[in-house]
Ligand binder design. Structure first.
Ligand code: THU
Length: 133
């Protein structure tokens, strides 16, 4: 495993998923060479769960980064077909990542697939829809 996936696996291992037992790790690769990890964090009030992808993206904002600072997003899960971001995460990814960036998904066996941010959410609702013009 290369360094990026090793860091994603470390985030995966830190997931707090006592209810679903489905761990997810995420890693944002930044243009300045830094990496921002995320993992899913569940709660006894199930709906409060935060997915790995949103944990990483919200951290990037808290650290002062903007969408143009992001190169790519890596996601690791242990499903047979590497899990893709959920609908809520797609909405957030679309707003906070460059449209031409790539999202890579992998499982623990190394099966990988990828998709461009622009293709994640067709006919999406964006801040342009909030304009009154
Ligand atoms: N999960 C993620 O972290 N990312 C996704 O895109 C899909 C789902 C988490 C949420 C929950 O903790 C567990 O996986 C099962 O849904």
């Amino acid at each position: 495993m290369n360094k990026k996936w090793e860091l994603t696996k470390e985030a995966y291992d830190r997931a707090y998923a006592p209810y679903s037992n489905f761990k997810v790790g995420a890693l944002l690769v930044m243009k300045d060479g830094k990496f921002i990890p995320g993992c899913n964090v569940e709660n006894a009030s199930y709906g409060l769960t935060n997915c790995a992808e949103r944990t990483a993206l919200f951290s990037s904002i808290a650290l002062g980064y903007h969408k143009d600072d992001i190169v790519e997003l890596l996601i690791m899960s242990n499903s047979k077909v590497p899990a893709a971001p959920c609908g809520a995460c797609r909405q957030v990814i679309l707003e906070l990542m460059p449209l031409d960036a790539t999202v890579y998904m992998r499982n623990l066996e190394g099966v990988e697939r990828s998709i461009k941010v622009i293709d994640l959410l067709p006919l999406s609702f964006t801040k342009d829809d909030l304009s009154d013009e």
